[in-house]
Design a protein around this ligand. Structure first.
Ligand code: PGA
Length: 249
């Protein structure tokens, strides 16, 4: 199965999100792209609007983050159940922007992961090394640490390998770097989940765009992409969805 998830981050308003969904749903190739599971992660304010717009289509809505606690005095925050209530099927967890800007630690993410499973949301766990960590040859230890929160028997999940230095920089990681990281992640999953590890799609993220997506999908172990900047334009998003459907795994 191919997967393509749009991470809108803190972008778009109701009018532009509506125009995006209209363009997406009007594209006749969408019905044909059954081999690709599409996802959209809008900001909180647009979750309900987008989930209502895409209801009944092969498009899942993801939250970009949520708190681990079920409810309570957490001004400005949102729970997993609230995401579900707004129509989400999944939640992005551990995006590097949240690790860096929101101070999210592996311990915190372990709690969020469990909360997502408890709420029956599919976690899309983002992992990846910084440039300093790569240059210090710490990529694999970092990935291992970030994956250690899965525990011995993880529930269903998707993973996105996103080298921090490739996010929003226009500098996509090289095929060899991606292949090595994805193979490492798969091997780590195998130690926890045996054969079930093969059911976990490993997406790549970091400067994915229509002009590099086909090449990316040829890399072994790359199931699809988590796309930021290029996902804000419905034409670019659909171009990538078509590429994914054509190169079905
Ligand atoms: P980018 O972002 O595609 O703009 O590099 C990817 C991400 O942050 O998930």
């Amino acid at each position: 199965m191919r997967c393509l998830v749009a991470n809108w981050k803190m972008n778009l308003l109701s009018a532009s999100a509506g125009a995006f969904c209209d363009a997406l749903l009007a594209d006749p190739s969408l019905a044909g792209s059954s081999g690709c599971q599409l996802g959209i992660a809008p900001p909180f304010t647009l979750l309900k609007q987008v989930s209502e717009a895409v209801r009944g289509r092969r498009i899942s809505v993801f939250g970009q983050n949520a708190r681990a606690e079920a409810e309570g005095a957490y001004t400005g925050d949102i729970s997993m159940a609230m995401l579900k209530d707004a129509g989400c099927a999944g939640v992005i967890l551990g995006h590097s922007e949240r690790r860096r800007l929101g101070g999210e630690t592996d311990a915190l993410l372990a709690a969020k992961l469990q909360a997502a499973w408890d709420a029956e949301l599919l976690p899309l766990l983002c992992i990846g090394e910084t440039l300093e960590e790569r240059e210090a040859e710490q990529t694999f230890p970092v990935l291992q640490r970030q994956l250690s929160i899965l525990g011995p028997k993880p529930g269903p999940l998707w993973i996105a390998y996103e080298p921090v230095w490739a996010i929003g920089t226009g500098r996509r990681a090289e095929a060899k770097q991606i292949q090595e990281a994805h193979a490492y992640i798969r091997a780590e999953l195998m130690t926890r989940m045996d054969e079930a590890a093969w059911r976990v799609p490993i997406l790549y993220g970091g400067s994915v765009a229509p002009d590099n997506f086909a090449e990316l999908l040829q890399i072994p172990e790359v199931a699809g992409g988590l796309v930021g900047g290029a996902s804000l334009d419905p034409a670019k998003f659909m171009a990538m969805a078509k590429t994914a459907a054509k190169t079905e795994e």
